[in-house]
Ligand binder design. Structure first.
Ligand code: ATP
Ligand code: MG
Length: 202
């Protein structure tokens, strides 16, 4: 596999998410973007308390963090960061990007990976301008969500097609609650972890 380490800045993907739980849709999107953009590494960053999801109960950050570690452990180019889990208060993407910049220094190019639904929301955030100066944004297709270019800043956002997996964490949680299987929607270790910790039962 070609890597930018042969020359030029390090190329680091940043995949933010609640990961409640992490599923194959997240993993395929990260893997495909890593390939398309020749990323050296993709760091998954589970949110602490997601500011958009205050209306529902989110699993403990530590459980979501551990599930993300379990799901990514077998891929040598995937890693997990605790920056959002360890930062007090609500999680904002701008803070994630500032922390990544600080940790990885100016010689690393950041690629923030996001699905069509999340990208559409981000464009309207008040600090979108600054976010686009910190990272290149990669919007991935996602079944059921329209990926369009509503006046995206020139050269700072790429829209890419990834293999379509119609999976969401919401659906996984509902299936667990209803006693339906989630095998093959999430990695095997995640099925086991959810059972072991009795997550999403009510
Ligand atoms: P929830 O239903 O709880 O919102 P989710 O499945 O949307 O969960 P998130 O943790 O909210 O998962 O998503 C993290 C990121 O992954 C977002 O940018 C989202 O758009 C993207 N993503 C999630 N599922 C898919 C999928 N099936 N295909 C492509 N991108 C996805
Ligand atoms: Mg979501």
């Amino acid at each position: 596999m070609t890597s930018s380490t042969a020359g030029g800045p390090r190329r680091l993907g940043v995949m933010g998410g609640t990961f409640d739980p992490i599923h194959h849709g997240h993993l395929v999107a990260a893997s495909e973007v890593a390939h398309l953009f020749r990323l050296d590494e993709v760091v998954f960053v589970p949110t602490g308390r997601p500011w958009q999801k205050t209306e529902r109960k989110v699993a403990a950050a530590e459980d979501r963090y551990l599930m993300t570690v379990i799901a990514t452990a077998s891929n040598p180019r995937f890693s997990v960061s605790r920056v959002d889990v360890d930062r007090p208060g609500s999680t904002y993407t701008i803070d994630t990007l500032r922390d990544m910049r600080e940790i990885h220094g100016p010689d690393t190019e950041l690629f923030f990976i996001t699905g069509a639904d999340a990208l559409a929301k981000m464009i309207s955030w008040h600090n979108a301008e600054e976010m686009f100066t910190l990272a290149h944004f990669v919007g991935c297709t996602r079944p059921g969500h329209h990926l369009k270019d509503p006046g995206l800043p020139d050269g700072r956002v790429s829209l890419v097609e990834v293999p379509a997996l119609s999976i969401s964490s919401t659906e996984c949680r509902a299936r667990v609650r209803d006693g339906e299987p989630i095998w093959y929607l999430v990695p095997d270790g995640i099925v086991q972890y959810i059972n072991k910790r009795s997550l999403y039962r009510e």
